[in-house]
Design a protein around this ligand. Structure first.
Ligand code: FES
Length: 259
């Protein structure tokens, strides 16, 4: 983990309240694992806590990384006002990302995401595609209006979309897509998921016993590096133990923590 003033290359509003921010700096050389996150200081004196935002893309050739975030409060609203050339104080990369070791060429992999949990799955997909895995993306959004990156995911594999209001793709939540994929595809070698608690529980229920099923959790964070216990969740195997999402996660195996 390092800290740097990274420079904004570009910022784009890709859906209502959702922004894609490209950053450049030496820190990109440290970024390798999908599912890790950056801890970014809000450039406002009265907002003390950094905001954790996952890496959506790492581009070592260009020396850039991309994050995608939703404006949910003053901190992210502040980020959204920034323009290319301005700088952000970034710590990272932090956390344990997705484990890709089990996947080999030709393997079927299910990648399941919802809403603002979708961005880290893009870099994950890019790296799994490099391994020549067969990727099946199941992505859920509240509506067509707030969906994003469909075309980019389609460059990596098969993409199925669901929307809560039925305005695009399959009407309903991602569980409907998961049930269909279980019929249409062979048992996946690995399963990766990131999204709201309901989505993670649905994935866990279906793949609890799977040897390579991984869930990326969201949590409120303060320090982002294992020192403050703001982000703890409970171990599923030992009720006397807690796990720190920022440090031991955000990616856990199914059955590892209580979600
Ligand atoms: Fe401080 Fe996780 S945010 S321990």
């Amino acid at each position: 983990m390092k800290q740097e003033l990274m420079t904004i290359v570009s910022q784009k509003n890709i859906a209502p309240s959702i922004y894609e921010l490209v950053l450049t700096g030496e820190l990109v050389n440290e970024m390798h694992t999908p599912g890790q996150f950056l801890h970014i200081r809000v450039p406002r004196e009265d907002l003390l806590l950094r905001r954790p935002i996952s890496l959506a893309e790492i581009n070592h050739d260009a020396g850039t990384c991309t994050i995608i975030y939703r404006v949910e409060g003053d901190g992210t609203a502040c980020f959204s006002q920034m323009a290319s050339g301005e700088q952000l104080d970034v710590m990272g990369p932090l956390g344990n990302g997705f484990d890709l070791d089990a996947v080999s060429a030709g393997d079927t992999v299910f990648i399941i995401g919802g809403g603002i949990g979708v961005p880290p799955l893009y870099e994950l997909g890019r790296q799994l595609k490099e391994k020549q895995a067969q990727l099946v993306f199941m992505l859920g959004f509240a509506s067509k209006e707030v969906s994003f990156y469909e075309d980019k995911f389609k460059e990596l594999g098969n993409v199925f979309i669901s929307t809560d209001d039925g305005s695009y793709g399959t009407h309903g939540h991602v569980g409907v897509l998961m049930a269909q994929a279980a019929v249409d595809y062979q048992e996946p070698t690995a399963v990766y998921a990131c999204g709201a608690t309901g989505l993670l529980r649905a994935v866990e229920a279906r793949y609890l016993e799977h040897p390579h099923a991984y869930l990326s959790l969201e949590a409120r964070m303060a320090c982002g590096m294992g020192a403050c216990y703001a982000c703890i969740c409970q171990s599923a195997t030992d009720e006397t133990k807690n796990k720190k999402v920022c440090d031991e996660g955000p990616v856990f195996k199914t059955g590892e923590v209580i979600i």
